[in-house]
Design a protein around this ligand. Structure first.
Ligand code: UDP
Ligand code: MG
Length: 319
């Protein structure tokens, strides 16, 4: 019945995941074999683990998977480049061999069972399919709240992202090639992918608990991620500061007039405390403003250097 078959690649960034990667491999093996048996995808389909500079046994395990079964392959980055760069490295390395690629986390938090639905959506003509989690019940209290805060903050500053979508998504070959044309070093795929365009849809899933090991996103990384997300996509914070400066300028003109009136009425000694308060307030605002502008200058600095976003040390498919 099926005339031609499309090749599906799974790309999985891994950073110190020795505790969970074997289980992940087994789950994915079942799933992929099921899809291949049912002739939904071609038997050239593969699972590619991207080792993002792990310092544990992760890479050895990936090499073993590859020796046991050619369904599995691996890419080793030369050091830890971070989740987003690892995803990009994986996508760009497999794009020539795949018709569609699904990216997912190594920790089994992204429900493997909905891979079928992603593929169905692809066959309906969607170039991008976003995995959207329908609840955060299984996340820790801390994770849930920091994540919601992150989305709210980004929305406030005008970054268009798909709500409750992380990096569990399917992209067609065409979409990945287009993504490759975005050359920015400050990678924030969640914000970037919607800018590609093309037809897209959504698949809902229940986010699972991490199968084993700890989150590789402690608060500091989450916070940096949010700041990067905002400053790589919008200049609204700078405008906000300009607006604030404008308002304060008018207030200070009012204050000047007020002071002059008090002066000519001979009441100049009072007001020491109000002066102190203003000095602090203005000083604080100035520092904040400089900080935000500095953040953008930092971004420009990084972009102008145009350093490679990842370096591949070894690709098991290219021996
Ligand atoms: N990861 C990575 N490089 C890093 C940090 C994380 O490749 O520097 C991978 C990690 O192995 C996992 C995925 O990115 O497959 C998501 O990380 P994690 O599950 O720790 O994040 P969380 O689910 O807590 O947001
Ligand atoms: Mg996780």
């Amino acid at each position: 019945m099926v005339m031609f078959m499309e090749v599906l690649y799974l790309v999985i960034p891994c950073y110190n995941e020795e505790e969970v990667i074997v289980e992940t491999k087994n789950k994915l093996k079942n799933k992929m074999n099921f899809l291949i048996r049912n002739k939904k995808i071609s038997n050239l389909s593969k699972v590619v683990f991207v080792n993002d500079g792990s310092v544990d046994n992760t890479w050895n395990l990936i090499c073993n998977f590859n020796k046991e079964d050619k369904l599995f392959s691996g890419i080793k980055l030369s050091r830890n480049f971070g989740h987003q760069s690892a995803l990009l490295a994986g996508l760009m390395s497999v794009v020539s061999k795949a018709d569609m690629v699904i990216t997912l986390d190594c920790d089994l938090q992204d429900d493997v069972e909905v891979i079928d639905k992603f593929v169905d959506e692809y066959f309906k003509g969607n170039d991008i399919v976003y995995g959207v989690r329908n609840s955060r019940k299984k996340d820790s209290f801390f994770k849930r709240n920091t994540a919601v805060l992150l989305y709210k903050l980004m929305k406030l500053f005008g970054v268009e992202i798909v709500y409750n979508h992380a990096d569990y998504r399917l992209m067609s070959k065409k979409a990945i090639i287009s993504l490759g044309n975005f050359k920015e070093v400050n990678l924030f795929l969640r914000g970037l992918v919607p800018l590609i365009g093309y037809k897209s849809s959504i698949v809902e899933y229940e986010r699972q608990e991490r199968f084993a090991g700890n989150s590789k996103y402690p608060f500091k990384k989450m916070f940096n991620f949010a700041i990067d997300g905002i400053t790589s996509f919008t200049v609204k914070p700078i405008r906000f500061i300009a607006g604030l400066g404008f308002v304060i300028f008018f207030v200070s003109i009012g204050m000047l007039i007020y002071t002059l009136i008090r002066h000519f009425n001979g009441e100049t000694i009072i007001g020491w405390s109000s002066v102190m308060v203003s000095v602090w307030a203005i000083g604080g605002l100035q520092l904040l403003a400089i900080g935000i502008i500095g953040e953008y200058i930092g971004k420009i600095y990084l972009e102008t250097k145009a350093r490679p976003r990842y370096i591949i040390e070894k690709d098991l498919d290219e021996k």
